[in-house]
Design a protein around this ligand. Structure first.
Ligand SMILES: *Cc1c(COP(=O)(O)O)cnc(C)c1O
Length: 403
């Protein structure tokens, strides 16, 4: 975990938007990587916490985040979750109608308080008949659909209660291209809905996350800079709200773009063998550590070698992991000087959707260390068998449940 890289990402992103639209807020997406030291660092920098479950919400509270700086998203919230978050005056974006009932019920029970609420909107971001959504989906399953009148219905339901105010619209889309055009569109649509439905109490426009970060060209051909995103998105906001005495805040919820390049995974070469003409380099890590989604991307790598050959010969080899899965390839067909047993391989750009999305499968979780200027510190200790088979949750021997 490279704290300097994290700080650099935050500052670049913040400046790119804040310099163009003053009321700008970054809500860091916890699910992308909720290592405590990372989230604490984000909060120190000024980021809000964007959470998508009660677990993440409680975790944000645990590390000292001001509840007013928590953005509670996600499709699953209970009546208790909603009550708690409303009482705490957190920012909440509703995803479905069942949550509207919870909010109304809270509002009825608290007639003297103003209940502020946001809505996640579902709309179409198809461009030239080509879906932009990740994994080729034709439509998103999240948010309340505008096209079929549901958004109108949701607004009416909420506005029928005098002490409920709709203060925000939210539109997060996970797209393949992370294209600037998509973000212009998302921002434009949300602004349009504010006017169309006369949301006079609007306090924020939340365009979600999904933007591209500082990634090497080998991983992503098209990767706009934070400035390019900021330019396009803020232009829409300025155009729509310049005449407002009190323009709404713009919220961005970065995940991958904030932490992707902040982490590297280090693994040691344990064995080398040939099968037919193919060379396999076995390491003490697994594809689970670096690509739990098994995507086909070849992550950039570096080698820490104990010896340097005079004559460097490039070879083709596969880097494979410790699990018993045939598909456990960290890199398929790497082209480099063949490492030796005891050398280390560093996989870069592994900060997003890895550590948190990583079933400890067959082997315990590895340690994580941080680096901050010249200082090196512990971020997470290596898991022990006692922690892996936590006796507070696993039972050793049958304990009857008495009904
Ligand atoms: C996952 C998620 C994000 C972050 O997405 P990235 O692609 O990692 O930037 C932001 N907002 C919401 C609602 C999310 O679900």
């Amino acid at each position: 975990m490279n704290v300097n890289t994290l700080i650099e990402n935050y500052k670049q992103m913040y400046h790119a938007f804040k310099s163009r639209y003053d009321r700008f807020i970054i809500g860091y997406s916890y699910k992308t990587n909720y290592i405590p030291l990372l989230c604490q660092e984000m909060y120190k920098l000024g980021a809000y916490a964007e959470v998508v479950s009660r677990l993440e919400y409680d975790f944000a509270i645990k590390i000292g985040v001001d509840p007013k700086k928590i953005i509670f998203n996600g499709p699953l919230k209970s009546q208790d979750d909603i009550n708690y978050a409303l009482k705490n005056e957190s920012i909440i974006n509703l995803d479905s109608f069942y949550e509207i009932d919870f909010v109304k019920s809270y509002a009825f029970n608290h007639p003297n308080s103003i209940v502020k609420i946001g809505l996640r909107v579902n709309f179409d971001i198809t461009e030239d008949s080509i879906t932009q959504l990740a994994d080729g989906f034709e439509m998103s399953r999240f948010g309340i659909c505008e096209e079929n009148g549901d958004l109108k219905r949701a607004i009416d339901l909420l506005e029928s209660v005098t002490n409920i105010k709709i203060v925000g619209l939210h539109g997060h889309f996970s797209t393949t291209g992370r294209r600037i055009e998509s973000y212009k569109r998302i921002t434009q649509e949300l602004c349009h809905f504010v006017k169309k439905y006369k949301l006079n109490h609007i306090e924020y426009i939340d365009i979600g996350g999904g933007i591209s970060g500082n990634v090497p060209k080998s991983l992503r051909e098209y990767s706009p800079t934070f400035d390019e995103y900021g330019e396009a998105i803020c232009a829409v906001m300025n155009h729509e709200f310049s005449h407002y005495a009190n323009p709404p805040a713009l919220i961005l919820e970065p995940g991958i773009s904030m932490v992707g390049n902040v982490f590297e995974f280090v693994s040691k070469v344990v064995g080398i063998k040939n099968i037919k003409e193919n060379c396999f380099v076995l390491v003490d890590g697994s594809v689970h550590n670096i690509k739990p989604t098994f995507n086909k991307k070849k992550l950039p790598i570096n080698f820490l070698r104990q010896h340097h050959e005079e004559k460097q010969v490039t070879e083709n080899f596969h880097i494979v992991g410790y699990t018993c899965l045939e598909k456990d390839y960290l890199i398929y067909d790497a082209v480099a000087e063949l490492p030796k047993i005891g050398d280390y391989i560093l996989f870069q750009n592994v900060g997003a959707y890895t550590i948190v999305y990583n079933p400890p499968f067959i082997k315990e979780r590895p340690a994580i260390i941080g680096i901050d200027n010249q200082k090196i510190f512990e971020v997470r200790k290596k898991e022990t068998i006692k922690q892996f088979f936590n006796e507070e949750i696993y039972c050793f021997g049958k304990q009857e449940i008495r009904l």
